[in-house]
Design a protein around this ligand. Structure first.
Ligand code: G4P
Ligand code: NA
Ligand code: NA
Length: 194
């Protein structure tokens, strides 16, 4: 999505440790009209898929997922990071490691909101090593749901999560894929997509 690449070039800040800050329109202030364009693009890409629910993870996936939900006309479920290690029986539970924060999160979704009837689009703002996505896929499989595909705003293509998921057979649509970025110069190279 050229519009997202341009926006990242204009407003993205490349930090050391391979982190891209996009606080001005995604991760702190949210440009909802821009989210609307991203939602429309996810709908265009997945027009042929029988999606009846969107799954994301708190916190920063939620905004994009909600607006995508409007385009698909389907409910949005967000997986919750549980502070308690006491996990009840009425939830699906997985553990997601975060390289960025160097911690493990217990992540849960109530059994009420995922079922074998569900055909899911899994949405998140960033895809890096893929731990968050693997965790959400695990929750979907526990529920017997079908994963129709993944919708990502920004994929860091130099970290291997996206390509690993594609090799595993998942459909991964990322609106922008960063091939490389340089904290010293601020230079960002995007992967060519059709
Ligand atoms: P992974 O899930 O792909 O393995 O990535 P990782 O553990 O490294 O990412 C941890 C969190 O940081 C995720 O958010 C992810 O969306 C976000 N993230 C990863 N790389 C970047 C980046 O370069 N820039 C920005 N802005 N975010 C990045 P999270 O743990 O779900 O936290 P939350 O902020 O959504 O609450
Ligand atoms: Na996120
Ligand atoms: Na985040």
């Amino acid at each position: 999505m050229k519009l997202l690449e341009e926006r990242i070039r204009q407003e993205g800040i490349v930090k050391s440790g391979s982190v891209l800050k996009v606080d001005s329109f995604i991760n702190h202030q949210m440009d909802v009209l821009f989210f609307d364009k991203m939602g429309a693009e996810f709908k265009r890409l997945y027009a042929d898929a029988p999606i009846n629910k969107i799954l994301t993870i708190e916190a920063s996936g939620i905004g994009i997922a909600i607006i995508a939900g409007l385009h698909f006309g389907v409910p949005v479920v967000f997986a919750k990071k549980s502070r308690s290690s006491n996990i009840s029986d009425d939830v699906y539970h997985t553990v997601i490691h975060s390289y960025t924060h160097n911690n493990d999160n217990n992540v849960i979704v109530s059994r009420e909101y995922l079922s074998p009837e569900d055909h899911l689009l899994i949405i998140d703002d960033f895809l890096a090593n893929g731990c968050a996505m693997e965790g959400l896929i695990d929750l979907a499989h526990q529920a017997g749901a079908t994963v129709e595909g993944l919708g990502i705003a920004v994929e860091k293509g130099f970290q291997k999560g996206g390509d690993k998921l594609r090799q595993e057979g998942y459909r991964v649509e990322s609106l922008a894929i960063i091939e490389s970025m340089d904290a010293a110069t601020g230079e960002i190279v995007f992967r060519e997509q059709d």
